[in-house]
Design a protein around this ligand. Sequence first.
Ligand code: MLT
Length: 332
Amino acid sequence: MKLITKTLMTAALALSVALPAAAADYTMRLSHGDNENNPTHKGALKFEELVEKYSDGRIDVVIFPSNQLGSEQEVAQALRMGSIESEILYTGNLVPLAPSVGVMMLPYAFTSNEEAHAAMDALKGPLNERLPKEAGVRILGYFEKGFRVLTNGEREVKALDDLQGLKIRVSKNNIAIETFKSWGLDPIPMAWAEVFPALQQGVIDGQENPYTTAISSKFYEVQKYITDVHYLIWSGPIIVSDRFYQGLPEDLQAVLNKAGEEAANYEREVSAEETAAAKVKLAELGMILSGTPVDEEKWQEAAKALWPGFAADIGGEAWVTEATQIMNDAIA
Ligand code: MLT
């Protein structure tokens, strides 16, 4: 009897080794531009875990960090065609393809992370009415990494005058470019993957991204000064190709939305904790943290004056009016 049991167990084990694990019904590649130490990746891992759990393994999420599948803008184009399934990207890198998301980038629109969360969550539905037509994508959840702060290797920037003449890289969109122009600069638009080598080689003096990115991308090796310019929160949607989404049964569409929202809530918490730790660490590593510019009202005044001129870049006047109303109601 014992022998029979043992033989059966051995056969069962051999069978389970020989047979491949049940294949998922769908594979969903998820691209992002940050490395594995960044909160974006941690949020991506949470999304993978939740999608696979809620779909009982019917969707297999495969994450590609560090722009392995292409730049953020290139991958967003591929989502439109349906040749890549999903991506997490900075809103500023999505705007040229999907102008309506640009309302999240109006300079000085938010005074805190919480305000940005409320606005992002309230905008998800209305944006999903527009983005499939604009860019062939939909939003599943919105990541957030705090205010983008200015780093540079040349001098301490405590006031607008200190900024003058610096070569600052911005993401490739009109809002960032015009905002820096309003502060008297001639900014250099550049793809994200090129930023670290450009800082290293002195092609640019500085850049702006969240505190956590200064840690994960090791900017402290090539930058000395940080200024808390509060003009923009790093917001980044998890987007899915609308072609892929429409090809899923309704229950799996619901899985993606649920997992997207929960992963976003998780990432926001991780990001808040890591931002606080990053400030301490960057000071320990020798960076000079100058805080808010002493003349912040001048920066604000110049950048906010641009709002009316941005309407054409971010979905037109009617949408900007509707979206700012939604955002204001959510924040109130
Ligand atoms: C950028 O500056 O292009 C982005 O903030 C990079 C990122 O997605 O983290």
